[in-house]
Design a binder for this molecule. Structure first.
Ligand SMILES: Cc1cc2nc3c(=O)[nH]c(=O)nc-3n(C[C@H](O)[C@H](O)[C@H](O)COP(=O)(O)OP(=O)(O)OC[C@H]3O[C@@H](n4cnc5c(N)ncnc54)[C@H](O)[C@@H]3O)c2cc1C
Length: 474
């Protein structure tokens, strides 16, 4: 297998011990303050780690171990065992400043990763990948297929037009789908490139992406260098798997309760009561770092109308991830094999089954010759003897309601001794999870030991002119 990543450790390039930043506006955390953090993903781990020296923190995690979407599995293959990430995999220095700073503090090593993208469609039978001209035209017939050439032209047009719009800050208040229709982009551009790429990035059904606000979509793509051919960020992955950072954080926390789901939280003037299977404990503040629908379930009848409206506005998509070694779930042409592979079966564009296969050998340095693959929502099953593990992940759906909810979040942030963190408060990525934790810590008066600007807790950079519309609470 072609392994074109660098194996050398990559310095994250941040000075350790930079001056503490963070807005201390009325410190609510103190040595005697007891803070419950619910959820041990990056948001909860980040919040607990930041608050650990200024308060007595207890981290409750429902799962058998911390990490949440950071989920490293030991794969036994070809006579050896090696850690493989099945959830959070890649980050970069440009758009993950807090995560890089945290990793620097934890002395976590990163290695270079690869961000290449391939498409394999059954009907019409088209395969291509964006790595270079050789992979774009890996299927020779595409040279002579006018629709394919129009798609390539549309990619350049879209990149140019949206870069210009973003630079002028004049983004129309349209969804991505509305914009594509208004500007008459071809269906091939939409179905053979844009939606596959978006589905791979956000791990969501392609149709959902059409509802995504144009401004948010373009800002994300621009920040991540996806609208340009050159000067893309170098993607990185955690050496030894994401669990190595999780373990380092957990080792620095005093009170971590795994396999302890929080069943209920009641807030009163004097404090917060957290109920688990083992009883009820009293805290001064609570940080909800689980998904917003899980937070609502924990609050139950105790949720305020605002909490119900804001947290309830974010929908989640349930995704099945299969970890396996079956090349049948990769593009037919080996030349098209990429780090991210979008596959679509036969059928009408709106009905055909689609899935994304992450070829982990391209994303992480693995010692295996066989392909190690994570397939999201595969429409053909891998051979039984090649299946390693089945995992379920829920992803937030970033439609207009969710974006409006993010903007309304400051309304409930810190009220009733309750704070809300999670990747769902941003674009859904690891940096968003940690950024939300940094903001919550700042709201409690605790800064970060590095120099990166800190946003208001709950505030989200979102100049979209989409209306701040929230559905009514059910
Ligand atoms: C397949 C896949 C690939 C991805 N790849 C990347 C990537 O390469 N780069 C990137 O930046 N992002 C990636 N992501 C996005 C990733 O999901 C987010 O970056 C982030 O990990 C989410 O963190 P979180 O803390 O908000 O939520 P989670 O990680 O989901 O953590 C929430 C935690 O809360 C716990 N919990 C829930 N209910 C309770 C309860 N009642 N009591 C106690 N605990 C509870 C859960 O068990 C869970 O551990 C990927 C996601 C997936 C699924």
């Amino acid at each position: 297998m072609d392994q074109s990543y660098a194996r050398m450790p990559v310095s994250l390039g941040l000075g350790a011990g930079a001056a503490a930043s963070g807005a201390a506006r009325g410190k609510r955390a103190g040595a005697a303050t007891r803070i419950a953090v619910v959820g041990g993903g990056i948001a909860g781990l980040g919040a607990a780690w930041l608050l650990r020296k200024d308060a007595r923190v207890t981290l409750f995690e429902a799962g058998a171990s911390c990490g949440g979407h950071t989920n490293t599995v030991d794969v036994q293959l070809e006579g050896r065992s090696h850690p493989v990430d099945t959830g959070f995999l890649v980050f970069n220095r440009r758009t993950y400043p807090h995560l890089c700073a945290l990793f620097e503090q934890l002395e976590v090593q990163a290695v270079a990763s690869e961000m290449t993208f391939g498409v394999s469609l059954a009907d019409p039978a088209i395969e291509w990948a964006g790595a270079d001209l050789g992979t774009v035209f890996a299927q020779r017939a595409n040279f002579l297929r006018p629709a394919f050439l129009v798609m390539l032209r549309d990619i350049l047009r879209f990149n140019r037009a949206t870069t210009r719009l973003a630079a002028h800050g004049a983004m129309p208040a349209l969804s991505l789908g509305e914009y594509l229709a208004a500007e008459r982009y071809g269906v091939e551009f939409r179905d053979w490139y844009l939606l596959p790429m978006a589905a791979a990035i956000w791990s969501c059904p392609t149709r959902t992406m059409l509802d995504y606000p144009l401004a948010t979509f373009v800002r994300f793509c621009r920040n991540h260098g996806l609208l340009q051919i050159a000067d893309r960020p170098q993607w990185l992955t955690v050496a030894g798997g994401g669990r190595s950072y999780v373990r380092r954080i957990v080792a620095q926390l005093d009170d971590v309760r795994v396999a302890t789901p929080v069943l209920g939280v009641a807030r009163a003037a004097g404090g917060v009561r957290v109920r688990t299977r083992t009883g009820v404990e009293h805290f001064d503040e609570v940080v909800f770092a689980c998904h917003s629908d899980q937070t609502l379930a924990i609050l139950g009848d105790n949720a305020t109308a605002d909490e119900r409206r804001i947290l309830g506005a974010v929908r989640y998509q349930q995704n099945v991830a299969l970890l396996h070694t079956d090349a049948a779930l990769l593009p037919r042409r080996r030349k098209v094999w990429s780090a991210w592979n979008y596959l679509a079966g036969a059928g009408a564009p709106d009905e055909r089954p689609v899935s994304v296969s992450y070829l982990i050998n391209r994303l992480q340095p693995l010692p295996f010759a066989s392909p190690v693959v994570v397939s999201l929502n595969p429409f053909i099953a891998p051979a039984a003897d090649k299946l390693i593990q089945r995992i379920e992940y829920a992803h937030p759906v970033f439609d207009q309601d969710a974006i409006a909810a993010q903007r309304a979040l400051p309304r409930i942030q810190g009220h009733k001794r309750s704070w809300f963190a999670g990747a769902w408060t941003g674009y859904g990525f690891h940096e968003d999870g940690l950024r939300s934790a940094v903001a919550v810590a700042a709201g409690l008066g605790v800064g970060v030991p590095w120099d990166v600007p800190v946003a208001d807790p709950g505030a989200r950079e979102n100049p979209s002119r989409a209306p701040a519309r929230l559905p009514e609470a059910a």
